[in-house]
Unconditional design. Structure first.
Length: 73
């Protein structure tokens, strides 16, 4: 599998994982006030960035393990 294909798969998998995690878990970590302020937006942005980072690392590990086991790379 080419490096470009691996990168695309990692991006697709990470995006999906990040979306699911952020939507499911952000409600548990963030209190949604009646009127949101800048601090609330910063908290949400940091939480989403954390999920994106974690999802990208996890997706990379999954794809690279599948490639190395399947193609012996």
């Amino acid at each position: 599998m080419s490096e470009e294909t691996q990168r695309r798969l990692i991006t697709i998998l990470a995006t999906g994982m990040s979306s699911v995690l952020a939507s499911q878990l952000s409600e548990k970590f963030l209190d949604v006030p009646e009127e949101r302020g800048v601090q609330d937006d910063v908290k949400e942005a940091l939480l989403k960035a954390t999920f994106t980072l974690a999802s990208t690392v996890a997706a990379s590990m999954i794809i690279r393990n599948v490639v190395s086991k399947r193609w012996g790379s």
